[in-house]
Design a protein around this ligand. Structure first.
Ligand code: HEM
Length: 164
């Protein structure tokens, strides 16, 4: 059913864009030292990204695919964007899991977000968390922004190829 797949496609893009917004809010909170709010928004960002993945895979399973039929002059740029988007979206999964893994380890070691500085093992885990996030945040944002751009391009210059 193309109608259904198209709705799923739209919602998957809404989810990935909102996850990017939640990510930015979470980063802004940690810059101000608000750890609990940081954690909440990162969990929201992670849930939205997971929902995106489920919707995206459902859409693929339904065979809903749009081909680029826009101007030839933009074809190379479009496919460059698409390939980098898919590659970095795939990379984002282990990167996000790594950041979450070290955050969880840090909380467990400290017994709460308020005691991170008092417990050396927690401090070490959050240092590792920081190292992962140096890559995770830019990759995640790139995926969210390019996902949106690709959606807009295909809305204008895409041709549906159902059941391919
Ligand atoms: C949901 C569980 C999470 C918890 C409990 C958590 C907790 C923390 C804490 C306590 C810090 C401060 C570390 C320090 O004081 O050195 C921190 C820093 C940070 N976290 Fe998270 N975090 C979580 C998830 C994430 C995710 C998924 C990302 C990104 C994808 C992320 C990105 C960052 C960034 C960018 C920083 C600042 C690093 C810096 O200061 O250079 N966090 N996090």
């Amino acid at each position: 059913m193309p109608g259904m797949a198209s709705i799923i496609n739209t919602w998957s893009v809404i989810c990935i864009v909102l996850s990017g917004v939640a990510l930015c809010i979470g980063v802004a909170y940690i810059r101000r030292g608000q750890r609990t709010q940081h954690m909440r928004f990162m969990l929201i960002a992670s849930s939205l990204a997971t929902l995106f993945l489920v919707l995206y895979l459902t859409r693929l399973g339904l065979g809903y695919e749009k081909k680029y039929i826009g101007p030839d002059a933009w074809k190379g740029a479009y496919y460059g964007l698409l390939i980098s988007h898919v590659a970095l979206a795939t990379l984002n999964l282990p990167l996000a899991l790594g950041a979450l893994f070290w955050a969880r380890k840090g909380i467990l070691a400290a017994g709460g977000l308020g005691r991170v500085e008092e417990v050396p093992a927690a401090r070490a885990a959050f240092n590792a968390h920081k190292r992962w996030t140096r890559w995770t945040v830019p990759v995640w944002l790139y995926v969210a922004v390019t996902g949106w751009i690709i959606y807009l391009v295909l809305d204008k210059y895409g041709q549906l190829s159902l059941g391919a």
